[in-house]
Design a binder for this molecule. Structure first.
Ligand SMILES: *Cc1c(COP(=O)(O)O)cnc(C)c1O
Length: 379
């Protein structure tokens, strides 16, 4: 028997079914309903109680609405971290704006504050106009250098959108990611730390922006007794059934973070003595990652030891490991976009791997992955 060990799979807690059954029994099987309000309020409380939250049908939709609310339009430029999933950048294109990609720094693997400033100054020199927004990503749950990034953003008065799709529960100086920038984006897609089967949320201290997001996400229907529209709307709201799953998942979120962090420590304890292998690390105790995915950098060693060979080796044992995101500046679809780089994201793409990280992995499964990696280094 050789059951596949997956990278990250949904992990229900039990109460989800009760919330969904309640939606069914009360016939709230439509968008909107008490679970949506409840889920928004659960999230707001969890994030510290000072932010408003709009529950939406994807994280991508949340990013798109964030750009619309910040007034990003055709011809604008938006700065975006290059090392990320394409969903961070695609909404820039939906608005007819141009992504300006910025490389990562060595330690957090997230946006380099120095390159961010360089990019802003160069765009200003070339276009005589500042970028309209900055999208910073907390890769695999690891907080970006937000203090430095926010300082640069404030200096040029450019709003910051935190793509915290992978980082629900991560903190910087005890403050929850997604609440540090002007707006934050969460995702509840199937492989994230908690899931609503598909879903997302937009978070902000600005209540007016969040109510605008709710309005736009329901086709921008004006509050009159017939269908009137003064803005272009979207069908982006979360359904009451999905929100029911989300309410159940919120009850186990802290446990899920504990379980994912435990995976990381097990891997680190067993593997960090291997030559040239290093983990994506919290740079100091201010930084707390939910450890959505455990990521390792594999220094290529003469012979066969490199990241892709390790991935193939694990695959032969039916273990799913994944290369880190291919940076956006290397994607054919974004080939024309300006890029401010230092080689970090490219080196991470070439040499780093995400290990199976699900909160539902058994000790047996984690140990099997560890054993296979050690065997790989022995041959
Ligand atoms: C998952 C993810 C998204 C998109 O979320 P969806 O809910 O799948 O639309 C955006 N950014 C990052 C970094 C992600 O990992």
């Amino acid at each position: 028997m050789n059951k596949r060990i997956f990278l990250s799979t949904p992990h229900m807690g039990g109460a989800e079914l009760l919330y969904v059954k309640n939606a069914y029994d009360t016939n709230w099987v439509a968008p909107l309903g008490p679970n949506v309000d409840g889920f928004e309020s659960d999230l707001s409380k969890y994030l510290g109680g000072e932010v408003a939250v709009a529950a939406l049908n994807t994280g991508t939709a949340a990013l798109h609405l964030a750009l619309i609310i910040l007034g990003v339009r055709y011809g604008d430029e938006v700065i975006c971290q290059s090392l990320t999933f394409a969903a961070s950048a695609n909404p820039i294109m939906y608005q007819g704006a141009t992504p300006i990609y910025v490389d990562s720094e060595d330690e957090t693997w997230n946006m380099s504050p120095a390159l961010l400033e360089e990019a802003i100054l160069d765009r200003k020199a070339k276009k005589n106009k500042l970028p309209k927004a900055i999208i910073v990503v907390h890769l695999f749950g690891m907080p970006a250098r937000m203090e430095e990034i926010l300082a640069v953003a404030q200096k040029y008065e450019i709003p910051v959108i935190e793509d915290a799709a992978e980082a629900l529960g991560s903190t910087l100086k005890k403050r929850k990611l997604g609440t540090l920038g002007d707006m934050g984006v969460l995702s509840f897609n199937g492989n994230k730390i908690i899931t609503t089967s598909g879903g997302g949320a937009l978070v902000s201290h600005r209540e007016d922006w969040i109510s605008r997001a709710r309005f736009l996400s329901c086709q921008a229907c004006e509050k009159v007794p017939y269908y009137e529209h003064k803005s272009v709307g979207y069908n982006y709201r979360m359904s009451n059934v999905s929100a029911g799953i989300g309410r159940g998942q919120m009850e186990v979120l802290s446990l899920r973070i504990y379980q994912r962090r435990k995976n990381f420590y097990n891997y680190k304890h067993a593997l960090s003595s291997l030559p040239g292998l290093r983990f994506q690390e919290e740079i100091n105790t201010d930084y707390f990652s939910n450890r959505w995915l455990t990521a390792v950098y594999i220094e290529p060693v003469a012979g066969e030891i490199n990241c892709e060979n390790l991935r193939l080796f694990l695959e032969k044992s039916n273990i799913e490991a994944r290369r880190v995101w291919k940076p956006m500046h290397l994607q054919p679809v974004f080939a024309e976009c300006p890029f401010y780089g230092n080689g970090v994201s490219e080196s991470l793409f070439n040499n780093a791997l995400c290990l199976p990280s699900g909160s539902n992995l058994t000790d047996y499964e984690v140990n099997k992955v560890i054993k296979r990696i050690k065997t790989f280094y022995d041959i």
